[in-house]
Design a protein around this ligand. Sequence first.
Ligand SMILES: Nc1ncnc2c1ncn2[C@@H]1O[C@H](COP(=O)(O)OP(=O)(O)O)[C@@H](O)[C@H]1O
Ligand SMILES: [Mg+2]
Length: 226
Amino acid sequence: MSFENKYAPTDLESVVYHDDKTRNAILAYQQGLADKSLLLYGPPGTGKTTIAKLLPRAIACDVVGPDIRHLNASADRSFKEITKIKEFGRLASHNSTGIRFAILDEVDGLRSDAFDALRGVMDYLKGHCLFVLTTNYFDKIPDPIKSRCTCLPIKGASAERWLDKAVSIMKAEGYPRPPEVLMPLLKPREGDNREMLGVLEDVIRRIKQSDFDKVAACIVPQRPAA
Ligand SMILES: Nc1ncnc2c1ncn2[C@@H]1O[C@H](COP(=O)(O)OP(=O)(O)O)[C@@H](O)[C@H]1O
Ligand SMILES: [Mg+2]
């Protein structure tokens, strides 16, 4: 399994945030201190989809699948999809918060009539359905949608912020390394959280390969029987 999947955050607290302000803003949802729809924006590989998917369970610990609708707006871009979300959001939720969750990933992909419809649907479902939108292209999102959301930039975290996690991953893989050894490896990958896991995966692969080569070099080939 790739490190991107193996070490993907399993809750909002294990996400590596680029600053404390963002961390606190996200965790406020978990603590029931925030309820406005969210627009997460920033470069690819920074954790927007990951956070969006973790939010429903963090807000409603007894949430069930039917309370969550996940739309990838780069594929499902039409007005009709937004109509379906309206129907979904109107139904009673199955969890104790009474809220349903609509995740609109890569929302910049919606056609303009779909964006117009979304504006109305967000108002109509206010208080019943929490919208979590993600995009790599903040500028492509119409102002009326932005104004209905808390807009949070999500950026790649610094090597310093990744260091604890990197140390614990190396340990979990059976190759513990101190922070000062890992720091120079992480530093050039700053800006792309996905790449932070990629470089660690690469390091482990190389260590295993060199261990293998050392062991293989010690094995004397047997002579074929005469
Ligand atoms: N902030 C982060 N903290 C921890 N892991 C992250 C973070 N951002 C990305 N990742 C890793 O990279 C993978 C891809 O992230 P993703 O949420 O799809 O990024 P985005 O939606 O911003 O393009 C995740 O599955 C996770 O393994
Ligand atoms: Mg994404």
